[in-house]
Design a protein around this ligand. Structure first.
Ligand SMILES: NC(=O)c1ccc[n+]([C@@H]2O[C@H](COP(=O)([O-])OP(=O)(O)OC[C@H]3O[C@@H](n4cnc5c(N)ncnc54)[C@H](OP(=O)(O)O)[C@@H]3O)[C@@H](O)[C@H]2O)c1
Length: 268
């Protein structure tokens, strides 16, 4: 399916690389436009055959699905300017945080089909989490096409749009929380005398293993935690310290802050 993307930054680049790696799109079916030619050039070196569109409207004209991966404040002006070109727009997939379907539909020509998606950067390694909601003109075929494209990059969930800020605060921002946790854990290892490389490898392997165990056993995290926690042992000593330091509350407050920030962004 001919697929375009406007904005090949951190998220657009991760998403498109995931789709190409998964074979959800072939390089010669892809049209890209980004203000920074070097971003497109780097992708073309990895995937020869990808087309560089000369402008936003040319990308829209060439494709059946167009992903919009510019910063949130750029989304509505971009949709307005594409709509002013007159021609029917392809199915649009916006990945912008905190920009509602209603606002996007208001500045698009009547009947424009828009999907709002919230991916995360692990899409690049086909281990992404992508939630989406559909606009009022999206057909079943459009939704199927969007799901097919996105599911190459990871797990896809349909959610009510009212839950999108919560999704964004968990899985959209989530990789940053995990990287911070990994850095803190490896710092602790270094403080206890491990070489940095070893400490990082132990931390990453442990996070990967714990996530896989949850996925493959289907057990509740607290049940799995119990299996590591011997009475009077070292793990419970560490867990008590995490509790004393407000570990769980810190995560909950962090997610609430991200949601509040998204709500504030929506007001503008
Ligand atoms: N980063 C994440 O982990 C993440 C996760 C979920 C969702 N998102 C969403 O993804 C979107 C992009 O975020 P990002 O982090 O990838 O931003 P980014 O790294 O700044 O990438 C955006 C790219 O698009 C370019 N651009 C902006 N307007 C353009 C236009 N009209 N035509 C062509 N290129 C244009 C930008 O160039 P200039 O810098 O010159 O403007 C930049 O190269 C945001 O809406 C964000 O909410 C991001």
């Amino acid at each position: 399916m001919k697929t375009g993307i406007i904005g090949l930054g951190k998220m657009g680049g991760a998403l498109l690389r995931g789709m190409l790696k998964a074979g959800a799109v072939a390089p010669d079916e892809v049209w890209v436009y980004d203000h920074h030619h070097e971003n497109v050039q780097a992708l073309q070196e990895e995937y020869p055959g990808v087309h560089e569109a000369p402008a936003e409207a040319a990308a829209a004209d060439a494709v059946e699905v167009l992903i919009l991966a510019v910063k949130p404040h750029g989304i509505l002006p971009l949709i307005s300017s594409l709509s002013e070109q007159g021609a029917d727009l392809p199915l649009l997939i916006s990945v912008a945080a905190a920009v509602s379907l209603e606002d996007m539909e208001d500045c698009a020509s009547d009947g424009t089909r828009i999907v709002r998606a919230m991916p995360n950067t692990p899409c690049m390694v086909l281990a992404g989490v992508i939630a989406y909601s559909t606009g009022s003109s999206v057909t079943d075929e459009d939704e199927e096409a969007a799901r097919r494209l996105l599911s190459g990059c990871g797990s896809v969930y349909k959610v009510e749009e009212s839950k999108m800020n919560a999704v964004s605060a968990i899985s959209g921002c989530g990789p940053a929380y995990m990287f911070t946790a990994l850095d803190a854990l490896s710092d602790a290892g270094v403080a206890m005398g491990l070489p940095r490389k070893t400490a990082l490898e132990l931390a990453v392997g442990t996070m990967r293993g714990a996530a896989l165990m949850m996925e493959q056993t289907g057990k509740h995290p607290m049940a799995l935690r119990d299996e590591v926690t011997s009475p009077g042992g070292t793990t419970i000593a560490a867990l008590n310290t995490l509790d004393e330091c407000g570990f769980r509350n810190a995560w909950i407050q962090a997610v609430k802050s991200a949601v509040r920030r998204a709500e504030k962004m929506e007001e503008h």
